[in-house]
Write a protein that binds this ligand. Structure first.
Ligand code: XUL
Ligand code: CO
Length: 436
């Protein structure tokens, strides 16, 4: 019996449609800058929020109505849920999904039992992938929920926790490979600290790098060729997360000789918590060749925590797509909806409303960004702002041909700098509004 009998397939009906369960902008086969929207956006549904989210919060129990759940943590329930997940993703028309090992299958009493549980569910995921053509964007190991990881996993003071985490990553890499996953993600989980008096930060970071190197080595051993990704986040659950933002992650990867193997999976709400805009994080990663994938969501600027809301703000999606297009796209990454419906939106149909809105917001952002790029006005103004670097002394400095003596001679002869010109911020903000 279908879990969503009232939904056939979400279709593109165009901007004039009043149907809340149709796409008004996401037209998968439409070409933008020579590629289909499907190829540009590579939408992905997350297993954890969408199929395991209960709606519980620190003040109350879960609220989600999910008729396919029987209330047990059994493998049978997990298998039924997997079939529902694929019905949902297929009807939505997203080409990818992403999971943590413990989202898809229950943790057992021992590592061996957990691995057996995972194998049984992976068999079903594989069947469903074959039936629908839906692919795995990335797998990841949950190294934070179980109390064994209370001090962290790769950065735990307890070496056994590291060994357990390594075993979990090993298995999850095998499973991700078996399912044809095109990326593998490390989000820091509890890799951070609450207090520096009890923390040997240097040793913890060395251990984290060790875990990542072991993963790279094992991937090579088993022939997993997916892209490794690190997901920056500055706080939650620990006070200080080691992978705090794009710059910190890239510095860590460089310091530990991991830069060739990892890119970044950037998440909007994490950027906000780090005191950055998503556009900043994307551009910072992109300019260093580290832009891998995005977890598409948004926070609430009035709240200081990771609310993981679905993205609907067209300025946000336009900014994301401007930077993504600038760096040549996300593939093999994608636009992964690491977002959850509010606990007040407890009916199954709300999952469709949320994803349809997010996909449409990104599709529209893509079209707006492409229009801005096609006009070229913004780009021309940006180039013009830096024109003093294109010739003369600017070009000499950039080429490394001007030392301090030469610069002093230049300025002594000239006496004062060419007059500065306005940054025209308001004009540029108005220009962006022309396209929205
Ligand atoms: C946590 C978060 C995770 C990662 C995967 O804030 O974003 O769900 O995306 O572990
Ligand atoms: Co995320």
């Amino acid at each position: 019996m279908p879990a969503f009998p009232e939904i056939d397939k979400i279709r593109y009906e165009g901007p004039d449609s009043r149907n809340p369960l149709a796409f008004r902008w996401y037209n998968a086969d439409e070409l933008v800058e020579g590629q289909t929207m499907r190829e540009h956006l590579r939408f992905s549904v997350v297993y954890w929020h969408t199929f395991r989210g209960t709606g519980s919060d620190p003040f109350g129990a879960g609220t989600m109505v999910r008729p396919w759940e029987d209330g047990t943590d059994s493998v049978e329930n997990a298998i039924r849920r997997a079939r529902v997940a694929f019905e949902f993703i297929e009807k939505l028309g997203a080409p990818f999904y992403a999971f943590h090992d413990r989202d898809v299958a229950p943790e057992g009493a021992t590592l061996a039992e957990s691995n057996r549980n995972l194998d049984r569910v992976v068999e079903v995921l594989k069947q469903e992938q074959q039936r629908t053509g839906i692919r795995l964007l990335w797998g990841t190991a949950n190294l934070f929920s179980n109390p064994r990881y209370l001090h962290g996993a790769g950065t735990s003071c307890n070496a056994d926790a590291f060994a357990y985490a390594a075993s979990q990553v090993k298995k999850c890499l095998e499973v991700t490979k078996e399912l044809g996953g095109v990326n593998y993600v490390f989000w820091g989980g509890r890799e951070g600290y609450q207090n520096l008096y009890n923390t040997d930060m240097k040793r913890e970071l060395d251990h984290l790098a060790r875990l990542l190197h072991l993963a790279v080595d094992y991937a090579r051993q088993i022939g997993f060729t997916g892209q490794f990704l690190i997901e920056p986040k500055p706080k939650e659950p620990t006070k200080h997360q080691y992978d705090s933002d794009a710059a910190a992650c890239l510095n860590f990867l460089r310091a530990y000789d991991l830069l060739d193997h990892f890119k970044l999976n950037l998440e909007t709400n994490h950027a906000t918590l780090a005191g950055h805009s998503m556009m900043h994080e994307l551009d910072y990663a992109g300019m260093q060749g580290g832009l891998g994938s995005i977890d598409a969501n948004t926070g609430d600027l009035l709240l200081g925590w990771d609310t993981d809301q679905f993205p609907t703000d067209l300025y946000l999606t336009t900014q994301c797509m401007l930077v993504i297009l600038k760096y040549g796209g996300l593939a093999p990454g994608g636009v992964n909806f690491d977002a959850k419906v509010r606990r007040e939106s407890f009916e199954p149909i709300d999952l469709f409303h949320a994803h349809v809105g997010g996909m449409d917001a990104f599709a529209r952002g893509l079209k707006i960004a492409a229009a801005i790029r096609a006009d070229g006005e913004l780009d021309a103004l940006l180039r013009e702002r830096y024109r003093s670097w294109d010739t003369g002394i600017g070009a000499e400095i950039e080429a490394g041909r001007a030392d301090f003596n030469a610069l002093e001679q230049y300025m002594l002869a000239k006496g004062e700098i060419d007059a500065n010109r306005s940054g025209r911020q308001e004009m540029l903000e108005n220009l962006i509004n022309r396209y929205l």
